[in-house]
Design a protein around this ligand. Structure first.
Ligand code: ADP
Ligand code: ZN
Ligand code: ZN
Length: 661
């Protein structure tokens, strides 16, 4: 008997071993961990399967050392899922398998629980009476117990979460488990709380602050069926379930479902594949569905369920575009905006000012000679931060003291240029000194629990004006916010990245969705130098759907995803020429075997060519047909393994890249 074992090293295949010396062959079940000698080391792998024949001469086979599990840590469907992910993303199988396990299991600890998960002892909160749209969605989803993908397309505040809760109630009643994915638990504790308050069942919650031990306990509670609901961010999609019943993925358009290192996967796409393998329904929800998902709904691969209205008595906020051209601005704030802020303050309401840039100003400029402070290690300007006072590179994290005089011309006329959240905060405090202002961005929320405390304070009305980045855009329910102002979107409106419009449209609709969520109506102001931009005009008419249709037509005409299939090979090294040469050689090799339906673009330098001292470049592979793309990528990886320069660069392959950076 030969054992095929996945080992966590960056090679694409499994390795052959003989069974451990004293081992009952019947216990060698695929999905069990097994200790094996590998070179001079001992490593832990996962048994993929057994075979009669080895792929190398049997004399060279070594026996495995020890079987670590009595039963598989990875059940059949998870083995299949990992195999699929490894194939689809062209990532080494051993790394895919092992990295899907909690750290303690990778380290060889026993797969046993220390602290048992229990149900909360509180009385569950009652279900809300659904409106007819919600009820219809729940009924349709619940009439299905086998694989099917639903796209729950409901405007912000339409009661999507309530739909998830009532669908899951059925799942639990049927004795099955629900797997729930959310973008960032730290940012949406409210959503998690609603799950915890509604059900009287054990819930396994995977968040970033768990210890390794807590993570393993939660993982086992999911795997052995103790947990009726399993909630987490993207990686939770790889958690085994004893009795899978449904997968819910909230805010399916959110970029945080994209893993950006190692195995670069889309948790949404993995969720759909997992639903298929487990033969259970998958619910993808969003107020601003991705073009990919809308296209899948159009093609009837997904069933679209629409919640067109806000739940309860809340109505849509009204949109107002503030034309900045020729206006006098006070630290970027227009007179209109200031006047409206004062008005909403006088009515005792809360105001949200959105700017997706932290720090005081993105540029420090010498007024005498035009010099700007740049990062020594990146092709980027450094952001000025006021409290504490320093320059910060948002790309590599480098910091510098703020110069008092220009290093080029000795002038003392160094001026902050542009807007960051700190600057808005300072401006508001000066204009309306009596207002209680809270700034929420990654800088102000560094301390553990800081953000949760801020959310509590916002709900307690301890603050009147909230200034924040996209941390404030995500799924929050602030009933007293009646005014939202959106600033600093012009760069995104004019960006050349083909996904920029989609992303900014989603951001605007999500931020706007924070206004007027309860009894009081909401108003949304968009400050821009492009007041007639077609995208803005469409959004302020609540025509996100219209925007997506137009955008899909454009993508089709331009052979862009989801109509063509992309993969991006990225490379970086200390020497600019090495990075380019590596990709150029590969491109040349690949050209020889390229079918007509596949095109190579590049290599070209990355948009930010130098980052943290490394020169970055990329090669885009664009295919009309998905299977052809995968065939070409197999060749590509083979080529890379033969290339000497591969040792001198860091490279990574991104299938269906979410950005071209
Ligand atoms: P979404 O997830 O679509 O943003 P939520 O589920 O958070 O929407 O619902 C928004 C608000 O409306 C919440 O306070 C929720 O309790 C309330 N709500 C949801 N459904 C109903 C309903 N059928 N009737 C009254 N209020 C509802
Ligand atoms: Zn100067
Ligand atoms: Zn830098």
């Amino acid at each position: 008997m030969i054992l095929k074992i996945a080992i966590p090293i960056p090679l694409g295949h499994s390795f052959d071993y003989l069974p451990p010396a004293t081992c009952d062959y019947a216990k060698l079940i695929p999905g069990c961990r097994i200790k094996v000698p590998f070179g001079a080391r001992t490593v832990i792998g996962v048994l993929i399967n057994t075979a009669k024949k080895a792929s190398i001469p049997e004399s060279r086979l070594k026996p495995a050392l020890e079987l670590l599990d009595q039963e598989p840590v990875l059940p059949q469907t998870l083995m299949q899922l990992n195999q699929w992910a490894s194939d689809y993303y062209h990532h080494p199988i051993g790394e895919a398998m092992l990295n899907s396990l909690p750290k303690l299991l990778r380290d060889g600890k026993a797969a046993t629980v220390r602290t048992q998960l229990v149900a909360p002892q509180t009385l569950p909160s009652p279900a809300i009476k659904l409106n007819s749209h919600q009820q219809k969605a729940v009924d349709i989803i619940n009439s299905n117990t086998t694989f099917k993908v639903f796209l729950l397309d409901g405007v912000t505040g339409s009661g999507k979460t309530e739909v998830y809760l009532q669908v899951i109630a059925e799942t639990i009643a049927a004795g099955k488990q629900a797997l729930v994915l959310v973008p960032e638990i730290g940012l949406t504790p409210q959503t998690v709380t609603r799950f915890q308050e509604r059900f009287n069942v054990p819930i396994a919650l995977f968040h970033s602050q768990l210890t390794d031990r807590e993570r393993l306990d939660a993982w086992i509670a999911a795997k052995d069926g103790t947990a009726s609901i399993v909630i987490g961010t993207r990686s939770v999609i790889f958690t085994p379930l004893a009795k899978p019943g449904i997968i819910v993925l909230d805010e399916e358009h959110d970029l945080s479902f994209q893993q950006q290192s190692g195995l670069r996967y889309s948790a949404r796409d993995i969720a759909v594949m997992r639903g298929k393998l487990e033969d259970i329904p998958v619910v993808l929800g969003s107020a601003t569905p991705s073009l990919e998902s809308l296209y899948n709904a159009e093609r009837k691969r997904y069933q679209r369920l629409v919640l067109p209205e806000r739940a309860g008595t809340a109505i849509h906020p009204s949109f107002h575009v503030v034309d900045l051209r020729n206006q006098k601005l006070q630290d970027g704030l227009s007179a209109t905006l200031i006047q409206e802020i004062k008005l909403h303050l006088s009515q005792n309401n809360q105001i949200l000012l959105f700017l997706n840039r932290r720090g005081y100003a993105p540029t420090l400029l010498c007024h005498s000679c035009g010099f700007v402070v740049e990062c020594n290690r990146c092709d980027a300007r450094m952001t000025l931060h006021q409290k504490p006072h320093f320059l910060h590179c948002h790309h590599c994290g480098a910091t510098k003291p703020v110069p008092k005089i220009c290093p080029e011309c000795n002038s003392d006329q160094l001026l902050p240029l542009g807007l960051g959240t700190e600057r808005i905060e300072a401006a508001i405090k000066e204009i309306i000194p009596e207002a209680k202002v809270l700034r929420i961005d990654r800088d102000s929320t560094r301390k553990k629990q800081a953000f949760a405390q801020m959310l509590t304070d916002i709900h307690a009305q301890n603050y009147q004006i909230l200034i924040g980045t996209q941390m404030l855009a995500k799924g929050h329910h602030f009933p007293n916010v009646t005014m939202v102002a959106i600033m600093g979107i012009d760069n995104s409106l004019l960006s050349s990245d083909f996904r920029a419009e989609e992303n900014v449209a989603q951001l605007i609709m999500q931020v706007a969705g924070r206004a007027g969520r309860a009894e009081k109506p909401g108003k949304v102001f968009i400050q821009t130098y492009n007041p007639h931009h077609p995208l803005l005009l469409q959004l302020i008419n609540y025509d996100y759907k219209g925007f997506t249709q137009k955008s899909l037509a454009e993508r089709k005409a331009a052979n862009l995803p989801p109509f063509n299939f992309f993969a991006l090979l990225r490379a970086e090294s200390k020497v600019q020429a090495t990075t380019m040469e590596f990709l150029e050689d590969l491109a040349q090799q690949m050209q020889k075997i390229l079918p007509a339906e596949v095109k190579l673009l590049g290599p070209i330098p990355a948009p930010l060519e130098r980052k943290a001292g490394l020169y970055r470049a990329q090669l885009l592979i664009n295919s009309k047909k998905r299977p052809l793309l995968h065939k070409i990528l197999d060749h590509l990886i083979e080529q890379i393994r033969k290339t000497k320069l591969a040792a001198k660069v860091n490279w990574s392959l991104d299938v269906d890249p979410a950005d071209m950076l």
